[in-house]
Design a protein around this ligand. Structure first.
Ligand SMILES: *Cc1c(COP(=O)(O)O)cnc(C)c1O
Length: 399
């Protein structure tokens, strides 16, 4: 079978909820992936930052196969020997007190919505069914019904209503707007420290610190969705560190398994997660020993192999190289660590065609929101690899 055969299989039998680049991959190692024709590509998406540690990291692989031979799933009806160890390691690493493990990022978001609402009723004493959570314009928190209900992207929600009430939207990066939107029934504020899917939108410096103060004053839970920005992507373990703050609740997912297995987690540093009583919430696969063993190894290599420092260093280098490119198509280049977006002017005809050109040169990138090319390679990328990439990016951007 060749590329065309695999694509026609997908097209014939699969739902068309994605529009992937027409490259069929069957192997990955480090920052590289190979297609079924044997062509090699530098992966500049890292599965939306789930593969921060690089493809098929040998140590995570070993943890996964060793654990798979022993025990994979018990459900939370029983305990397993990996869960408590993951909790402890996660709490030590992120300065949290409590962990609730789930599978996908969207489930972690759903979990925090439940927890914060219950906290609002039980602790803050908001009248029953009146709790409000404030979110930001252009947010991306996942694809479930509750979550798309507060999306401001028409395509994400059109045709899928009715939606859950209890959410308010304010502009991202505007602490004053948040202040005005707060009512006595506000229980939480949720945002991404840097908006990923919206096109790598970095808020003004000091914004998160102002939000932190505001939430504290008004007794509102500050929730940071670090599912994409977390675990080293921006050159810090968590993006909140850039502003020297700690959210009340932090959501992580994606790179928590280094791309091997779906696992996400809600981390809290107050007793927000303490409002859950047995039976309030759960997941058959959440916290299973295979996921926990994989996550423990994924976290371990992230710190042990200095991937976070490398992301900071290589990100700054890559950004400076990109800034040197003179092209009429470029409107703005934004980034922190290895989370970088190149926004093109509207006349450039969309980012998609640039991504297709880059693919022909051996670079896999994905456009986000029409006009932005996102560059987010695995955090293990070296200076030579970046030089190799820039040599190919420059002519494509100039064309
Ligand atoms: C990817 C992502 C999610 C959703 O994660 P899934 O595992 O795809 O459900 C939520 N929030 C942010 C910021 C993300 O980037």
């Amino acid at each position: 079978m060749n590329t065309k055969d695999y694509i026609s299989l997908e097209d014939e039998f699969g739902a068309r909820n994605y529009k992937p680049l027409d490259v069929v991959l069957n192997r990955g190692k480090g920052i590289w992936v190979w297609d079924v024709e044997g062509n090699k590509y530098l992966d500049f998406l890292s599965a939306y930052s789930a593969v921060n540690q690089g493809h098929c990291h040998p140590e995570i692989m070993r943890a996964m196969t060793e654990q798979a031979k022993k025990l994979t799933l018990t459900s939370r009806a029983f305990r397993n020997d990996q869960l408590g160890l993951l909790y402890k390691e996660l709490c030590e690493l992120t300065h949290s007190h409590k962990v609730l493990p789930m599978n996908s990022g969207a489930e972690a978001v759903e979990t925090v919505i439940k927890a914060v609402r219950k906290w609002g009723y039980k602790i803050k004493r908001v009248p029953e069914n009146k709790a409000e959570i404030i979110v930001c314009e252009n947010n991306f928190h996942g694809r479930t019904i509750a979550i798309i209900g507060f999306s401001t992207d028409e395509q994400y929600k059109h045709g899928f209503g009715p939606f859950a009430p209890g959410f308010k939207v304010v502009p991202f990066g505007d602490a004053e707007a948040l202040k005005k939107a707060i009512t006595p029934n506000t229980v939480g504020f949720m945002a991404e420290p840097i908006q990923g899917e919206a096109g790598v939108i970095i808020p003004p410096q000091g914004y998160l610190r102002e939000v932190r103060t505001l939430c504290e004053k008004q007794n509102i839970i500050m929730i940071l969705d670090e599912i994409q920005t977390g675990l080293g992507r921006t050159g810090r373990l968590l993006a909140e560190e850039h502003e020297g703050i700690e959210a009340d609740v932090t959501l992580i997912g994606k790179a928590l398994s280094g791309g091997f297995y779906p696992i996400s987690a809600v981390l809290s540093n107050t007793d927000i997660l303490g409002v859950f009583m047995p039976g309030d919430h759960g997941s058959t696969f959440g916290g299973n020993p295979l996921a926990c063993a994989v996550a423990r190894a994924a976290l371990s290599v992230l710190t042990k192999e200095n991937m976070i420092e490398n992301a900071a260093e290589m990100g700054a280098y890559f950004l400076s190289r990109l800034n040197d490119i003179q092209s009429p198509h470029i409107k703005e280049i934004r980034g922190k660590g290895l989370m970088i977006g190149v926004e093109l002017v509207p006349e450039a005809g969309g980012a998609r065609r640039f991504c297709e050109e880059l693919m022909k040169k051996g670079l896999l990138c994905k456009e986000t929101h029409e006009n932005v090319i996102r560059f987010a390679p695995p955090l293990i990328i070296t200076k030579q690899d970046i030089d190799w990439a820039v040599e190919r990016i420059e002519p494509v951007l100039k064309k």
